[in-house]
Design a protein around this ligand. Structure first.
Ligand code: SAH
Length: 278
């Protein structure tokens, strides 16, 4: 049965960021400050993220709710308040059940706004001081996971994706490290390929960074007791901070002219390069 809203407020899907409450966007924080009701994802979003809510705000944890209960709650609250916030971990558009939640709101005529958030992929790279792209090493990033209860669509097995040898940010897979390892090996990654796991990236005082290789990572994570809330980064860029030779980005190259700066020495830039981006 479709629940039809009478005086529709707007439901704001707000990315809360990866854990550190300071990593929410200003726009997201402002939405919280104006919220009449907030439904937060209890298992991952720190309750601290609701610290900017008004005193009389109705705040509920969705961890024990079904999808239907969540949408019914949001629709009901939108009939009472102008701003209702659904607070989600990281960015709402990544593994966040966003569309499943939006469709019933659309059907009920409740307007929806999405405020992006800092994904845990970004927070994990930042925590480890890693760049997910490097000139002439890799210029591409894949956000993926291995198959758990959710099946992987054809062509998206880790073995197939890893053949690109680009950066892989692997979500939702820390308890399936054996599958991660098998996929990377099948794609031809060597045993000494560097991997990084970041547990609770950005959570004040709780972040753990494990640096290992394809051969060692599983045992290291087991020893560290990491079984949840962890990002696996697999990339040929890992550890570049300590490399002796690095091919520098064209953006800051003195020979490279772009929109904001004229080349200071003769340019030998590839004419195919875009003029205003690295
Ligand atoms: N929308 C979220 C992802 C939700 S899926 C985002 O953009 O980050 C949940 C998965 O995200 C977890 O299994 C883990 O792989 C990752 N994750 C979420 N928060 C994390 C954190 N603080 N540190 C490391 N990984 C995290």
């Amino acid at each position: 049965m479709t629940v039809v809203s009478n005086a529709p407020g707007t439901v704001w899907f707000v990315g809360a960021g990866p854990g550190d409450p300071d990593l929410i966007t200003v726009k997201g924080r402002d939405a919280i400050a104006r919220a009449g009701a907030i439904l937060f994802a209890g298992s991952l979003v720190s309750e601290a993220a609701t610290r900017w809510a008004p005193e009389d705000c109705v705040i509920a944890d969705s961890k024990d709710m079904t999808l239907e209960q969540m949408t019914a709650w949001l629709i009901d609250q939108a009939s009472r308040h102008a701003v209702v916030v659904r607070l989600q971990t990281g960015d709402p558009g990544l593994y966040g059940a966003l569309i499943e939640l939006v469709q019933p709101l659309d059907a009920a005529g409740v307007p929806v706004t999405v405020v992006p958030g800092v994904s845990s992929a970004m927070a994990s790279a930042a925590a480890a001081v890693e760049s997910l792209t490097l000139p002439e090493v890799t210029q591409s990033v894949i956000f993926t996971r291995v198959e758990g209860r959710t099946p992987m669509p054809p062509g998206e097995s880790l073995a197939e994706l890893a053949r690109h040898r680009c950066t892989l940010c692997i979500f939702l897979s820390i308890t399936l490290l054996h599958k991660v390892e098998a996929g990377l090996r099948e794609a031809g990654w060597p045993g000494d390929a560097p991997l990084v796991v970041v547990h609770k990236a950005s959570w004040p005082g709780q972040e753990i960074i494990v640096r290992g290789t394809l051969d060692t990572l599983k045992a290291q994570c087991r020893a560290a007791g990491i079984v949840s809330q962890a990002m696996i980064l697999a990339s040929p860029t890992l550890g570049a901070r300590h490399w002796d030779s690095l091919i520098k980005s064209k953006l800051y190259d003195a020979r490279f002219t772009h929109r904001f700066r004229k080349a200071s020495v003769n340019s030998d830039q590839d004419p195919g390069l875009e003029k205003d981006t690295p």
